[in-house]
Design a protein. Structure first.
Length: 167
C-alpha cells in the first residue's frame, strides 16, 4: 500500500512541484478534487471538478485524478448525504440502497432522474453544508504538507547532486 501511495500520489505531486506549480495551487487542486469528488449526485463530480479547475486555474489533471481516487468515498458517502438531506428537509427516508440507485440509473437514466431528483437535490444541499468548508480545511492542511514535501525533495536533490528540474 505504501508503494502504491508513493507511486500514485506522492510522486505525481512532487512532479507538479518541479514543473513550477506552487504548493498553494497543488493544495487547492487536491482539496477541490477530494471534496467535489464526493458530491452526491451521479455524474456531477467530474463536471464540477472541470468547472472548478477552469474557474480557479487549477491543474485539471490533478483535480480529476483526485476525483477518480476518491470515488470509493463517493460511493460510501452517498447514503449518508442522502439521509442528512432527508433530515434537513424532514423528508421520509428513501427506501433504496446505493446499489439499487445505481442499477436504476444504469437501466433507465431518465426514469432514475424522475425518481431520484428530489433525493439528489436534498443530498446536494447536505453536501453544501460540508463541501465548501471542507475545501477550505483541506487546503489549510495540505499547503504546509506540500510545502514540506517540496523542501524535502529539494534537500534530497541537493544531497544526491540531482537537478530537481531534470526529473
Amino acid at each position: 500500500m505504501k508503494e502504491f501511495l508513493q507511486k500514485r500520489l506522492v510522486r505525481p505531486i512532487l512532479q507538479l512541484l518541479t514543473q513550477g506549480i506552487t504548493p498553494e495551487k497543488i493544495a487547492l487542486s487536491l482539496a477541490f478534487g477530494i471534496m467535489l469528488g464526493v458530491f452526491p449526485v451521479l455524474g456531477m463530480p467530474s463536471l464540477l471538478c472541470l468547472i472548478a479547475a477552469l474557474l480557479f486555474r487549477l491543474n485539471l489533471a490533478a483535480v480529476q485524478f483526485v476525483n477518480i481516487l476518491v470515488y470509493p468515498f463517493w460511493f460510501a458517502l452517498l447514503i449518508p448525504f442522502t439521509r442528512a438531506g432527508e433530515r434537513l428537509f424532514g423528508a421520509p427516508p428513501l427506501a433504496m440502497t446505493v446499489n439499487q440507485m445505481l442499477a436504476l440509473a444504469h437501466a433507465d437514466f431518465l426514469h432514475s432522474v424522475s425518481v431520484l431528483w428530489l433525493s439528489a437535490l436534498r443530498a446536494a444541499t447536505a453536501w453544501l453544508l460540508v463541501g465548501p468548508p471542507g475545501i477550505i480545511v483541506l487546503y489549510l492542511i495540505l499547503v504546509p504538507v506540500i510545502r514540506r514535501m517540496g523542501r524535502l525533495r529539494l534537500l534530497s536533490d541537493v544531497h544526491t547532486g540531482e537537478d530537481s528540474n531534470a526529473s
